[in-house]
Design a protein. Sequence first.
Length: 218
Amino acid sequence: MVLRKEDCWYKNVCTYDFCTNCIRYSEMKYLMQNSGLSKNRQRPIALDGSRDPEPFKLLADIKGDIVNFVNNGESLYIFSEKTGNGKTSWAIKLLLKYFDSIWAGNGFRVRGYFQHVPSLFTTLKDFSKSHESLRNTLMSVDLVIWDDIASTKLSDYDAQQLLIIIDQRVSDGLANIYTGNLTSQDALTKAVGQRLASRIWNMSTLVEFKGKDRRSEW
């Protein structure tokens, strides 16, 4: 298969005509292929922060220092009662910036993962090799995005499984980014239980978006 320059993340600054022998392309491709991101999400999109200037500035500052954010095992909860105003897109921006910052010399090591939480439990309940592989990835990678962390009320079993993974990550000093539509600790507690809600709300930088749904504008 020919690896074309137009498929590269760095095509605007690259001097190669093809990517076949490019270490930078190979290492970024490996990070992306093992990130849980669908192909159409593997490149950042421009977002208009005019309706949420302060949250966007805070996230831009974190993005500019993303390696320290991850190395320090920090966490974010990006939330809004509205949909389509950039929560998930911003979380992905931070993950992609992290990949861009650490690709050199990474080799074949998975460093970050995007997990849509409502889809997680089907995999965890199949008790197969894919279950174990996903669980090990979520337990060990530098940074996990927990997307739509409380979009539906979790069963006691699902909440316990999620708590085990996130609790271990917090104990190991690994970074987390949560996105959700619940805007208070009480609401989170009702959805995911007291212990998990406490870890998300009390151990994260809280970033609230108030702008309206803008998907059609991006």
